[in-house]
Design a protein around this ligand. Sequence first.
Ligand SMILES: NC(=O)c1ccc[n+]([C@@H]2O[C@H](COP(=O)([O-])OP(=O)(O)OC[C@H]3O[C@@H](n4cnc5c(N)ncnc54)[C@H](O)[C@@H]3O)[C@@H](O)[C@H]2O)c1
Length: 400
Amino acid sequence: MPSRTVHLALGPDSYDVVVGHGVLADLGATLRTHTRAASVLLVCDAALPDALVRTAEQSLAAASLRAARHSVAASEPNKSLHTAQAIVEAAAAARLERTDAIVALGGGVVGDLAGFAASIYRRGIDIVHCPTTLLAMVDAAIGGKTAANLLTPDARLLKNMAGTFHQPKAVLADTAALASLPPRHLRAGLAECVKHAMLAAHAGDPDLLAAMEQDPPAVAASSLAPAATARLIDLIARNAAVKARVVERDTTESAGLQQRPAPNHDAGREALNLGHTFGHALEAMQHISPDADPAHAPLHHGEAVALGLVAAAAAAESLGQIPADSTARVRRLLDAIALPTRVAALPDDATILAAMMDDKKVMGGRLRLVLPWRELGRVRVAEDPPREAVAAGLAAIRAG
Ligand SMILES: NC(=O)c1ccc[n+]([C@@H]2O[C@H](COP(=O)([O-])OP(=O)(O)OC[C@H]3O[C@@H](n4cnc5c(N)ncnc54)[C@H](O)[C@@H]3O)[C@@H](O)[C@H]2O)c1
């Protein structure tokens, strides 16, 4: 099955994202080509099947690279500075030198933490990302953002509040890794694909939303039969390209910072936060379930994003920024993927708004929301949006 390559043109930090079935077997050769590493710390998600980790280790050995392994239990509470410190110390224990490298083999949690560790160990060593969730393949492993969550003294989890920009030397997205990924996590990754489709006009792919509507991605992703795998590789590569184009234009997410805050302005890399201000607030509320079953709480990141996308569309619709049927269109696509678009037990608007004010985009105490603009496929940042628009967004995702 042919693989696809998406190039990120970032000057001296340029790199390729290779998407294909079985590409993890090329890990050792990739390190040999793109780094000067002789030793590698393989930071693995503890939930991965042994066979996948062995494929990575065998590839490293075949390229005569020394490898030490460090496992991480992937969860948001565990995405902490403490866990990042343990990775840095494992790198020191493995005697990694300045020219050696860390490899992240896992989902977004492992990738963000390993990237952070790589960016601070000896003031920065190389990293290669091998994402093993759909979300990490289309989003987290691309673009160089690294992160750890912080916990406030009153036990609020502040998502990604510590971090750095540290571009990888290469990304290997092996669709074979998705065979063991629970369907709920596969769907969560598709939420980020819908997000990309809702801003893809900025990345030169205005037809992505219609393409996803025509080929229900849940079907494409849920089977690893050869024909489905080809469609999945295409979907991942197309989404990786959307992220790549947005990152190329505003690598350090500073476009918004440099502008005078007009009520609506170009989002730059912040466009990728579409749905995330609503979503992060919901994700932090441990009791919210994606369906009626409390045992399924809390929301996964992608599920919270799905709800955030509906809320953002409804907020934009209430402001007259997009046509009246746009929220229904977003909801239909997310429903087709079996992602949540309404949830029960949401607290009142004031409580959710207070949680939204923890968002990294808040500036000068003012809420800033990325919202659809003119048509689905385009977005802008709304500075200090009217509370009625936020309320309209929340009303759209409240069940009952
Ligand atoms: N850096 C960025 O630009 C960026 C972008 C988007 C999201 N993120 C971050 O990514 C994280 C979410 O990533 P995620 O959805 O990959 O979640 P995750 O890393 O928590 O992985 C989801 C679950 O799947 C398990 N898992 C991973 N790969 C598996 C596999 N192949 N088989 C079986 N189980 C597997 C993990 O152990 C975990 O339980 C969040 O912390 C989010 O903040 C970062």
